[in-house]
Write a protein that binds this ligand. Sequence first.
Ligand SMILES: CC(C)(COP(=O)(O)OP(=O)(O)OC[C@H]1O[C@@H](n2cnc3c(N)ncnc32)[C@H](O)[C@@H]1OP(=O)(O)O)[C@@H](O)C(=O)NCCC(=O)NCCS
Length: 143
Amino acid sequence: MEEDVNIRDAREFDACAIAGLLEELGYPNTPEFVIRKLELLGDDDNPVFVAEAGGEIVGFVSLHIMPVFHEEPLYCRITAVAVTETYRRRGVGRRLMEHAEAVALAAACGRIELTSNERRTWAHVFYETLGYEGTSRKFVKTL
Ligand SMILES: CC(C)(COP(=O)(O)OP(=O)(O)OC[C@H]1O[C@@H](n2cnc3c(N)ncnc32)[C@H](O)[C@@H]1OP(=O)(O)O)[C@@H](O)C(=O)NCCC(=O)NCCS
């Protein structure tokens, strides 16, 4: 079932809902943490958007638009995306990703990309369905 979804900029009063979504994503935190992040980031290069449906916040996506040394076009990195469990498979994630792509295009990005943990196999199907290709391996060293 396609949901009637509105995508808009995240605001301070969304902090509680976003904190809950981050928790669902596996990053437990507090509304204060989200407010601090929205103050620090949440600008044109680091926009955060929420999805509203049925009168509540049901998803969010955060972006990082960045220049890279080795190429001229900007990159858009999706740093996090989540839809609350009870609203999944209703097209909300697709709407958030389409919005992210429109914002990236408007900012003259040449590509949009993200990383996703190997264990999130459902998310990989979601990204592939939306036309994303798995092209790289990620190497991480905790500091
Ligand atoms: C991944 C996530 C954002 C997808 O959001 P969503 O609103 O459920 O996705 P949509 O309903 O827009 O799905 C669009 C299409 O992607 C595919 N898809 C989405 N979730 C899928 C799943 N669990 N299994 C298989 N295909 C899936 C389907 O083709 C779907 O279309 P359909 O329902 O018409 O078949 C959501 O599952 C989520 O928040 N998961 C937990 C957090 C997470 O893993 N985030 C990604 C971190 S890398």
